[in-house]
Design a protein around this ligand. Structure first.
Ligand SMILES: N[C@@H](CCC(=O)N[C@@H](CS)C(=O)NCC(=O)O)C(=O)O
Length: 389
C-alpha cells in the first residue's frame, strides 16, 4: 500500500511520518511539486484540512492532519509495532509528560518577565489559562513537578487567589499524588498499578502523601466540624513579646523611627520566644522588570497571610536598575521557620534563609536597617519596601 503525503520535502512535521513509515515498512510518498502557500490553499486541499496547514496524509480512511496524528496513523499500520513502546499506556504517558513539560517551559519563560499573559492586568487570556492549569495543579501535577516552573507557580497561585477567581474556584489545593494511570485502565491486573512514576518525580523523591480525601458533594450530610487542631506555635511557652504590640508600634511611629520604633523593638524582643531570619531571593537575575518583581513580592506577602498571628516581615526590593535584588527580614514565633509556613507557602523555597545572629552587631544593624527601610541599603537605593504585619 502507498499513501500520499501533502507537504514540501523539507518539512520537519512531514519527516515524522516519513521516518515512522521507514520503520514500519509502509510506503509514504510526497505529493510531487508541492508548493507551500499555494498547494495548501487550493479548494481540494482545504477540503482535506480546512485550516490549510501542512502536512496532510491521504488514507483509505480519509485525510489525516496534525503531524503527530499522521505519524501515529502510519505506525498503527503494523500490528504490535514496537515504535509504540513497551505498552500503549507507557508510550502515551511519556509523550504526554514531555508535551506538558514543553508547554509549561514556554509559559514559564514568558512569565519570567511578564506578570500576566498580556498587558498589566488580568485579561480573558489569564482566565482561560488559569482554568486550564487548574485541572493540572489540582489533579495531576504535584509540587516536585511544578517546582521546575517557578514563574508558572507564581502566576497560578496569584490568580487563583484573586477574589473573583476564589469566588468560583474556592480554596485551591495542589494535588499531593499522581493518579495511577495504568491501574485505572486495567483494574484486573494489580501489578500494573505498581508502574514506576514519571521519571522526574521518582528522581526528586517526592514526599509520600496520602491521596486527598474526597470532599462531600453539595447536599451530602457533613459531619459536625471537628475542633480545629491547635497550631504547634500556640503550645510554645508564653512569650513576653506581644507581636501585635510591636506591629502597632511599627505602624504608629511616624517620626524618630530609630529612637522610637527600633528602640521599642529591641526592648520588646524576646530571643527565646521568637527568631529573626534573613532571606535572599535565589533568582535575582530574573528580576529584570520592576513591576513584575514588585508583584512577585506582593504575592509572597499575600500568601503569608496564614502566618499573620506568628510573623512580621519586611521585604526590600533593591537597586536603581534591573536586575533588582529582593531581600527580606522575618520575625517568626519560635526558633525555627514554622513548618506550616514551609509547607503551605511555596515562595519560601525561592529564597535562601539564614537565621540572624543578633549577638553580631553588624547583623543587628542590618535588622535595624531592614525594619526602617534604610537608604541606601547595602550601598543601593530601594525600589520599594513592603511590610508584612
Ligand atoms: N500542529 C501542526 C502544525 C502544522 C503547521 O503549522 N504547518 C505549517 C508548516 S510547517 C503550515 O502549514 N503553515 C501554513 C499556514 O499556517 O498557513 C502539525 O503538527 O501538523
Amino acid at each position: 500500500m502507498s499513501l500520499i503525503l501533502h507537504s514540501g520535502n523539507r518539512n520537519k512535521n512531514a519527516y515524522k511520518a516519513l521516518i515512522a513509515a521507514e520503520y514500519t515498512g509502509v510506503e509514504v510518498k510526497l505529493v510531487p511539486d508541492f508548493e507551500m502557500g499555494v498547494s495548501n490553499k487550493t479548494p481540494e486541499f482545504l477540503k482535506m484540512n480546512p485550516i490549510g496547514k501542512v502536512p496532510v496524509l491521504e488514507t483509505p480512511d480519509g485525510p489525516v492532519f496534525e503531524s503527530n496524528a499522521i505519524a501515529r496513523y502510519v505506525t498503527h499500520l503494523k500490528a504490535d509495532n514496537p515504535l509504540f513502546g513497551s505498552s500503549h499506556i507507557d508510550y502515551a504517558e511519556e509523550a504526554a509528560i514531555s508535551a506538558l513539560k514543553r508547554a509549561l517551559g514556554a509559559l514559564n519563560t514568558h512569565l519570567a518577565s511578564n506578570t500576566y499573559l498580556v498587558g498589566h492586568s488580568v485579561t480573558l487570556a489569564d482566565i482561560v489559562m488559569t482554568c486550564n492549569l487548574y485541572s493540572g495543579f489540582t489533579r495531576l501535577m504535584i509540587k516536585s513537578f511544578t517546582s521546575d516552573f517557578p514563574h508558572v507557580e507564581r502566576y497560578f497561585w496569584t490568580l487563583v487567589n484573586q477574589p473573583n477567581f476564589k469566588k468560583i474556584l474556592g480554596e485551591v489545593k495542589q494535588t499531593e499524588s499522581v493518579p495511577p494511570v495504568a491501574s485505572a485502565k486495567k483494574p484486573s491486573q494489580p501489578k500494573e498499578s505498581a508502574k514506576p512514576k514519571p521519571k522526574d518525580e521518582s528522581k526528586k523523591e517526592a514526599k509520600k502523601v496520602e491521596p486527598p480525601k474526597p470532599k462531600p458533594e453539595a447536599g451530602e450530610e457533613e459531619e459536625a466540624p471537628k475542633p480545629k487542631p491547635k497550631n504547634p506555635l500556640d503550645l510554645l511557652p508564653p512569650s513576653k513579646m506581644i507581636l501585635d504590640d510591636w506591629k502597632k508600634l511599627y505602624s504608629n511611629t511616624k517620626t524618630n523611627f530609630r529612637e522610637v520604633a527600633i528602640k521599642g523593638f529591641w526592648d520588646m524582643y524576646d530571643p527565646e520566644g521568637y527568631s529573626l531570619w534573613f532571606c535572599d531571593y535565589k533568582y535575582n537575575d530574573e528580576n529584570t522588570v520592576s513591576f513584575v518583581t514588585l508583584n512577585k513580592v506582593g504575592g509572597f506577602l499575600q500568601r503569608m497571610d496564614l502566618a499573620r498571628k506568628y510573623a512580621f516581615g519586611k521585604m526590600l526590593v533593591i537597586g536603581s536598575e534591573p536586575p533588582f535584588k529582593v531581600k527580606g527580614l522575618w520575625l517568626f514565633r519560635g526558633q525555627e521557620i514554622p513548618q506550616f509556613v514551609l509547607d503551605e507557602c511555596y515562595d519560601m523555597e525561592l529564597y535562601d534563609w539564614r537565621k540572624a545572629d543578633i549577638a553580631d552587631e553588624a547583623q543587628k544593624e542590618r535588622v535595624n536597617q531592614m525594619i526602617e527601610d534604610h537608604e541606601p541599603f547595602e550601598g543601593e537605593p530601594l525600589l520599594d519596601a513592603k511590610c508584612f504585619k
